[in-house]
Ligand binder design. Sequence first.
Ligand SMILES: Nc1ncnc2c1ncn2[C@@H]1O[C@H](COP(=O)(O)OP(=O)(O)O)[C@@H](O)[C@H]1O
Ligand SMILES: [Mg+2]
Length: 267
Amino acid sequence: MTRSPDPTPPDRTPPDPGPVEPTTSSAPEPLLEVRDLVVRYGRIEALHGIALAVAPGELVTLLGANGAGKSTTMRALSGLLAPVRGEILFEGRDITQMAAHIRVKEGIVQVPEGRRVFPGMTVQENLDMGCHGRKFPNKSAYRDTLDYVFELFPRLLERRKQAGGTMSGGEQQMLAIGRALMARPRLLLLDEPSMGLAPMVIQQIFGIIAKIHSEGTTILLVEQNAQQALSRSDRGYVLETGTVTAAGEGRALLGDPAIRAAYLGVA
Ligand SMILES: Nc1ncnc2c1ncn2[C@@H]1O[C@H](COP(=O)(O)OP(=O)(O)O)[C@@H](O)[C@H]1O
Ligand SMILES: [Mg+2]
């Protein structure tokens, strides 16, 4: 059948949708939503328009090899890098232009790659640095938060007068996470917390991340350790050279042969 030219122009009036139905979808509004994010370092484009979302209460992993753009994503989310295109929404509000310190006040708190504890400061002083961005309503709120951190990390309580720089890698990671928790995050951004740690310490750190998550904190976790991260995550995204190439439930991604081959060395 050939199509005959239609002499009558198509009716461009959209059909009347009628009264707007209230949404019946059970999916909650994302706490964080990233749309078409492009970030450049000078002429080098590190993120080519990525999209991702994190719902309230979720633990979501962003998996990717070295140089994929994971830290770049985290820095854009925390406001340390300005994207050249795209949007970052927090609770539906556009925060793309919001300054980093205001994002901390809003509850977006990053644990940077490499921990970055203040080496000359004691454990207690490091933890107190975490409170700077967020005002406590009263002294007891500060105490409660500190107690919570010490309960999660008894080692930090034991070592509270020790200089941060003299702690082991695992202890410094605990300190970096504890410092971020002092800001009472609503969205905790964890950038490769397992990097450079021994297998047993990695287990411990992931156990603590799962605990923080189960107690209600929403987490976006950046990792190369697919097994440890995805097995504990609600959902995950795979980032390859600045592009999201796969997304799905944590365990589903872990079962994906391509992901197993690329990140677990399993054929
Ligand atoms: N400060 C920088 N200046 C120039 N290029 C950078 C800078 N930081 C990262 N890059 C480049 O951006 C890309 C993504 O880096 P990054 O986000 O650090 O990756 P990942 O955290 O996944 O290892 C890489 O190609 C890296 O070389
Ligand atoms: Mg990185």
